[in-house]
Design a protein around this ligand. Structure first.
Ligand code: HAM
Length: 419
């Protein structure tokens, strides 16, 4: 019979490594909770048009990478390629803009992009995402950028860089775009690149091919063509970041893969990951709410790739041994002991002691092997004779010391020994 494997570009996260995945995911969200961001959960699929309009038709994400399907009712749905559009949809649908602003939200979850899989690039991946909606204030931009950095610092990551720029707004970007387009028109570019220049000239700036890159050294840059408002905004963001001690490098050629960005835009890039080096990215998106039929309010946020963050931690040697699965392991021997074993392990768990039990009628040898493998510090061995005496044998699995403990004292004793 044929067996199945996880689909191309996807992978399973299994114990014990999955404990690290959960710990990292939680550590990345802790600074957000401390800053008053509330958890939001949105559907894994949305109307296809939400992403087409929100993320942008000209992006690779929308034009080439979406998992789109018709449901049985004939609706075109798409597995979310990112979280921002769905969060914004919920913000508009539930009129969150009518309450106190900014609305601060964070989300954690699966995203799907039909990309060419390689190390750090998957078709199913997990993001920690945050959005601060409804207020256009450089201090808020600085908070968002600082929180992105704080998340990585919380997990002790060091070898990453914050790349920062401003992409202007609806006032200055169209003029800059024209300037860039006329510059690109004078270059020796292939047909496909010309086409790209016509649709999204900014993306050409990111072209890494030497024959293109060398022609781009004198290309006009957005940061040099910001309108007064955007320039002032960007200057203030940087002043706040300086105050907060956040370091960055100016990245005037930074190009994001999603079309909604305006003004402050950033990426966090790790130097130990090869080609897929962005561990997080985000920015302001002041036109998105309006584009999606909502009020004309601003927004800013970022997302961190949890899977890539794990790779970055590994690259820095920061992934230690996963924690033990349980701390106590009950080994019942004999029929009566087996009958009582489940009760004893349940009592231990009720006292917040992670505990497991030897199942399947194993003999002493097999059960002690299971106890060792569980990573538990203590084994609670109970034979029928111990039971008759109202005791259990408590064995320290690191030193092999063993002593009899009254069953009535067992939970308290284990708890004390573990504390
Ligand atoms: P993004 O840059 O497309 O931004 O994705 C954010 C992060 O998700 C990336 O830096 C990367 O770590 C991770 N990521 C993206 N694609 C993949 C993939 N195929 N495999 C593994 N990891 C991946 C956004 O998604 C925006 N929604 C961020 C944002 C929030 N902007 C404003 N608010």
């Amino acid at each position: 019979m044929t067996t199945f494997t996880a689909p191309k570009g996807t992978f399973d996260t299994l114990p014990p490594e999955s404990a690290t995945f959960l710990a990292v995911r939680d550590a990345l969200t802790a600074p957000l909770r401390a800053a008053g961001y509330g958890y939001i959960e949105t559907p894994v699929f949305e109307d296809t048009a939400l992403f087409a309009r929100g993320v942008g038709e000209s992006t690779d994400v929308v034009s080439k990478e979406m998992y789109t399907f018709d449901d049985r009712g004939g609706r075109s749905l798409t597995l979310r390629p990112e979280l921002t559009a769905g969060v914004m949809r919920a913000f508009i649908e539930h009129k969150l803009y009518a309450g106190q602003l900014p609305v601060k939200l964070y989300a954690v979850g699966s995203n799907f992009r039909y990309e060419r899989p390689q190390a750090g690039r998957y078709r199913h991946f997990t993001q920690v995402d945050m959005e601060a909606l409804g207020v256009d204030d450089p201090a808020l931009d600085a908070e968002v950028v600082q929180l992105a950095v704080a998340g990585f610092r919380a997990i002790k990551l060091e070898n990453f860089e914050l790349q920062l720029t401003s992409l202007g707004d609806a006032n200055c970007r169209p003029q800059y775009r024209e300037k860039l387009q006329s510059f690109l028109a004078g270059l020796d570019l292939d047909e496909e690149t010309r086409r790209r220049a016509a649709i999204n000239p900014l993306r050409v700036l990111d072209d890494k091919r030497p024959e293109v890159a060398k022609q781009l050294t004198d290309a006009p840059l957005m940061v040099d063509h910001l309108c007064d408002d955007c320039r002032k905004h960007y200057d203030e963001v940087r002043e706040h970041l300086r105050d907060l001690g956040v370091q960055w490098v100016e990245a005037p050629r930074l190009v994001r893969g999603l079309d909604y960005y305006t003004k402050t835009t950033f990426e966090l890039v790790h130097n130990g990951l090869g080609a897929q080096s962005a561990i997080g990215g985000g920015g302001r998106y002041d036109g998105l709410s309006k584009e999606l039929g909502g009020p004309d309010v601003s927004g800013i946020g970022y997302a961190v790739g949890v899977d890539r963050t794990l790779l970055a931690l590994r690259a820095e040697g920061l992934i230690g041994d996963p924690p033990a699965r349980v701390q106590a392991f009950v080994v019942p021997l004999g029929d009566e002991a087996r009958r009582r074993g489940l009760q004893i392990v349940t009592d231990l768990r009720a006292a917040q002691i992670p505990a497991d039990l030897s199942y399947g009628g194993k003999g002493l040898k097999g059960a002690m092997k299971a106890a060792d493998r569980s990573g538990a510090r203590y084994a609670v061995v109970i034979g029928d004779r111990d039971l008759a005496d109202g005791t259990a044998q408590l064995k320290d699995l690191t030193t092999s010391d063993q002593r009899a403990v009254p069953l009535t004292d067992l939970t308290r004793t284990v708890k004390e020994l573990l504390s």
